[in-house]
Structures are given as C-alpha cells and as structure tokens.
Design a binder for this molecule. Structure first.
Ligand SMILES: Cc1cc2nc3c(=O)[nH]c(=O)nc-3n(C[C@H](O)[C@H](O)[C@H](O)COP(=O)(O)OP(=O)(O)OC[C@H]3O[C@@H](n4cnc5c(N)ncnc54)[C@H](O)[C@@H]3O)c2cc1C
Length: 501
C-alpha cells in the first residue's frame, strides 16, 4: 500500500478540529431547524401564498381542503428529489441516515396528503355514506380529464411500496434505483399535468408560481446529480494506483491524482465512485479510509457485496475513476474535546481507519477507544496498522470475532460488558461515539451507549445501506419531526380555510 505513513505526514489545515467548514472551505450543510423551516416553507408555501389571494378557490369546505391537500402533496413529492441524500447542503450536518429517514417519512407524509386530497373530494356535506363515496370514486376513476391524476396516485403507491419492500431484494440494486427514479419523475410530471389542467387552485398566480418554482428546484436537483456531478467527478483526475485483496472478502483500492488541489475532504467522509465510465447512474458510495494528509492518494476498503464490489481487487491500475464527493458527516468536526470512542462492525472499519489516521497524523491528545468486530481474525485487515498508528497514544482497543480461538481477539458481539471495559476511567458524558457497521449492530450499540450515559447528541453514525436508522436516537428525532409537521400542516389547512370562507 502506497499511502504515506502517518509518522512522516505533516498535519494539514484539513486535519485540525473543530472545522466549521469542510476541507476546501466548502459549506458543510444547514442545521436541522433551518432544514425543517425550508421544507415547511416550500411545501406549505404554495397553499399559503394562494390563501393571500383568496384561497385555493373551493366553493365549500371539503373541496377546498381537498385542493389544499393536493397541492401540498405535489409539493412534498417534488421535494423528494432534493432530499434523496445526494446533497451536502441537506445531509452535511444532519447526517445521511437522518436525511434518508426524513426522505422515507416525507414520502409516507406525501402519500397521506394525497389520500386526504382524494377523501376530501369524496366527502359531501349531507351525502357522505360509504355507498355515495364509492359511487363518486368510481366516477372520478373513469373521468378522462382526471386520468393523469389517477395514474400519478397509483405510481405514488407503487413507488412507496417498492421503495420499502423491494429495495435491494428481488431486483438488482441498480435496476431498482433506476426504476425508483423513473417512477418518481413520471409521478411528478403526471401530478403537475393534473394540477395545471384541472385544479382551479392553479388559477391563482401566486400559488401556481410557487409550485412551479418547486418543480424547477426538483428539476435542477436531477440535473445536478445525473448530469453535472458525473462530469465533475472526473475533473479531479483520479486513476487506480493499486487494487488488491486483503482477505477473501475485503479488497483495498488506492486511487491517485496529479491534481490533488481539486479534491479535499474531512476524515470519515465518503465519495460516490464511478469506475472507468462517464455519465453513469450506477455509481457506488464508499467511505474514504485514508486521511486528508494522505492526498494525493485516496484509499478505500471494499467488502464483496455484489458485482462492482466483488471485482474491486481486479481493477487494472491506470483505470479512470470518477470521485463525487466528499459527502457525509461522520467526521471529527462532530466531536467535542473529550474522548473519542470508535465502534466498527465489519467493513465499518473503513471510515474509522480514516479517523484514526487523522488523529495520529495530527498528534491529537484526546483519548481514543476502539471496539472493532469482524467475522474472523483474518477480516481484521487493518488491525496491525491501527495498533502501530496509535502506539504512544492514549489508546485501548477490543477486537471481537464470531469465531473461537482467534489469536488476540475476543469471541462475540459488542455488549454492555465490552463497553463498560473500554470506557472505564472516562467520563461517558464527555465521550463522542462514532459507530459504523451493519444496521443491527448499530442499533444495539446506540442503545448500549445511551444506557452507559453517552449523550444521544454525541453519537455519530454512518450507515452503509443508504437508509434510515431505526435506533433510539433516530426514533426520537422522527417523533419530534412528526409532531412539528402535524402542527404546521394543521395550521396551513386552517389558514387556507379561513382565507377562503
Ligand atoms: C455512505 C456509504 C458508505 C459506504 N462505504 C463503504 C465502504 O467503505 N466499504 C464497503 O465495502 N462498502 C461501503 N458501502 C456499501 C457499498 O456502497 C455497497 O456495498 C456497494 O455499493 C455494493 O455495490 P455492488 O454493485 O457490488 O453490489 P450490488 O450487487 O449492486 O448490491 C449489493 C447490495 O449493496 C447495496 N448497494 C448497492 N449499490 C448501492 C448504492 N448505490 N448505494 C447504497 N447501497 C448500495 C445494496 O444493499 C445492495 O443490496 C457504503 C455505503 C454507503 C451508503
């Protein structure tokens, strides 16, 4: 491996903490309250703006509420393009798992709003029995002018069901990803057609313009992710320096560039890699395992999980690689001045290694503790490297494996006993914990850390499945967000009604 040894590496500005901005002075993202306000303004905005002009023009309460819900649902679906986890402005500070958790939650919220749109149209004062509503529903389904709205609704249901139950199952992941994106584009195009050809709401210039602005934001986000980024990813000029197998299931990929000034990152971040092709929608996210001071080289540890990752050790030196990044908030910028506790499961050791290399390269005085789990001792592919890097540092580690009799490793998965031993002598309230590993391991670890007295706000996570977390901290954030949203949309409906009636 050609990465420069940490002892010879000079600490760079990038390595110093805390960093209000990422390495190249890049803006690291909006805070959670700022994002929540932006989301609410954009999705409730069209209805509220129309309300200033007399409301979404419903003759009576229910059609009015139906129009309000329909416009809010469309705005929410449009915003799904922006919250897809590809924008640092959104996920840079709150983290990818919370962004994806929000993306999922907002999709269900948008579907619920769409449901309200339909139900409110079915209800009529004095005539709202099941039979009357069913008759009305069939009538709507058969109306030619509502065809695009009906198809958009079916697509919305399909999109959410396949997003929840088919992702990574039955279909190859990349096929699912393409289908998910294509269905989302079709859904919003049909929804916009339905809105602009049917809804009387669109007669209101303020509300209609606001909805168009959101549509343009969604379109711009697609262009950025699928046109600009793939082109830009090759501008940093990375090619493969070496690729090799470190164990039967883990490969190491080292990239290098002649123009390192075009790429910078903070330790622990990840990048989307496109190997050897341009303009692709089949890029894969991988954490950078090296430290910023290792540039112009970037190193990745890749577990065999499928087609691309399974052939990583065979990629020929010199192959061009598109690097879209850096992304992610698994960085030391999130840590306080207290001890750093690192919990890694399997290939979750990759971003942890980047943190360790940086702590070593900068001579960081904070105590560092590590619990790393792997299937076997052979899968602890960077154990010696970490122990060498941390020699002389206030450092303790426990290496766990699934097998018995593995030299220097303990058997089992991380439990309360391991945690108690590793934080022994430290103040848990001052610890910042970084967790990266399989979802189940992460969820267990969060519970153990909270029980051990580590504040939830000091637990930093990186999930490798590009999905929402389901641990105690994520659930708490989700509950809070649902309450805020319910309050905001309740108020939006009330304003629309008051303005119109
Ligand atoms: C933020 C982040 C950082 C990651 N860092 C690392 C790392 O350092 N080392 C490592 O080995 N793995 C990492 N992964 C996981 C890695 O991206 C997938 O294992 C890899 O993309 C599999 O690609 P494939 O073509 O070989 O597999 P496929 O056969 O295409 O898929 C196998 C499985 O990999 C996952 N996957 C595939 N493509 C993607 C994608 N575009 N986004 C998210 N998940 C995908 C899915 O769960 C899928 O079921 C990371 C994932 C994320 C989200």
């Amino acid at each position: 491996m050609a990465i420069r040894p940490p002892n010879g590496a000079r600490p760079t500005e990038n390595d110093r903490m805390p960093q209000p901005r990422s390495a190249a002075g890049r803006f690291v993202g909006l805070s959670a309250p700022a994002l929540a306000i932006a989301y609410v303004v954009l999705t409730a905005g069209p209805v509220l703006l129309a309300s200033f002009n007399g409301g979404p023009q419903g003759a009576t309460v229910f059609p009015l509420l139906a129009r309000t819900a329909g416009v809010a649902a469309l705005a929410m679906f449009l915003m799904q393009f922006v919250t897809s986890g590809r924008f640092e402005t959104i996920s840079g500070r709150i983290g990818l798992d919370r962004t994806m958790g929000f993306h999922r939650l907002a999709a269900v919220g948008a579907l619920g709003m769409l449901g309200l749109h339909i139900v409110f149209f079915l209800v009529r004062a004095g005539e709202s029995g099941v039979a009357a509503m069913t008759r009305r529903l069939l009538g709507y389904l058969l109306r030619a002018d509502l065809f695009t709205g009906v198809i958009a609704t079916l697509l919305a249901v399909l999109l959410i069901l396949t997003g929840k139950y088919l992702r990574g199952r039955l279909l190859p992941y990349q096929g699912w990803r393409l289908g998910h994106g294509a269905m989302a584009v079709a859904l919003v195009l049909l929804g916009l057609h339905h809105a602009f050809t049917n809804a009387r709401f669109m007669a209101d210039p303020l509300g209609a313009s606001a909805l168009l602005v959101i549509a343009l934001v969604a379109l711009a986000s697609l262009l950025v992710v699928y046109v600009l980024r793939p082109v830009h990813a090759f501008r940093s000029g990375f090619t493969v320096a070496s690729a090799r197998a470190l164990s039967p299931s883990i490969a190491e990929l080292v990239l290098t560039t002649n123009t390192p000034e075009r790429f910078s990152f903070a330790a622990g971040q990840f990048a989307w890699l496109t190997i050897g092709r341009r303009h692709t929608v089949t890029d894969n996210p991988f954490s950078i395992a090296s430290a910023p001071s290792d540039l112009p080289q970037l190193r990745f540890l890749i577990r065999n999980a499928g087609d691309m990752s399974g052939s990583a050790s065979n990629i020929a030196p010199g192959t061009r690689v598109g690097v879209d990044g850096p992304h992610g908030s698994f960085t030391l910028r999130e840590a306080g001045d207290g001890p750093v506790l690192l919990l890694a499961g399997g290939i979750g050791i990759a971003p942890v290694l980047s943190l360790v290399r940086t702590l070593a390269a900068t001579g960081d005085p904070r105590p560092v503790r590590l619990i790393a789990g792997a299937r076997s001792a052979a899968d602890h592919v960077v154990r010696t490297e970490i122990e060498d890097l941390m020699a002389g540092h206030d450092f303790r580690a426990i290496f766990l494996t699934d097998m018995d009799d593995e030299a220097g490793c303990e058997k089992g998965t991380c439990d309360a006993g391991h945690l108690a031993r590793i934080v022994d002598g430290l103040d848990p309230a001052a610890v910042t914990a970084f967790i990266c590993g399989p979802p189940a391991m992460m969820e267990t670890a969060v519970g153990l850390l909270v029980e051990a007295g580590v504040p939830p706000g000091r637990i930093v996570m990186e999930r490798f499945d590009f999905d929402a977390g389901d641990d105690a901290v994520c659930r708490m954030v989700r509950r809070r967000f649902i309450s805020v949203m319910a309050l905001v949309y309740g108020a939006t409906f009330a304003v629309a009604l008051t303005a119109a009636l």
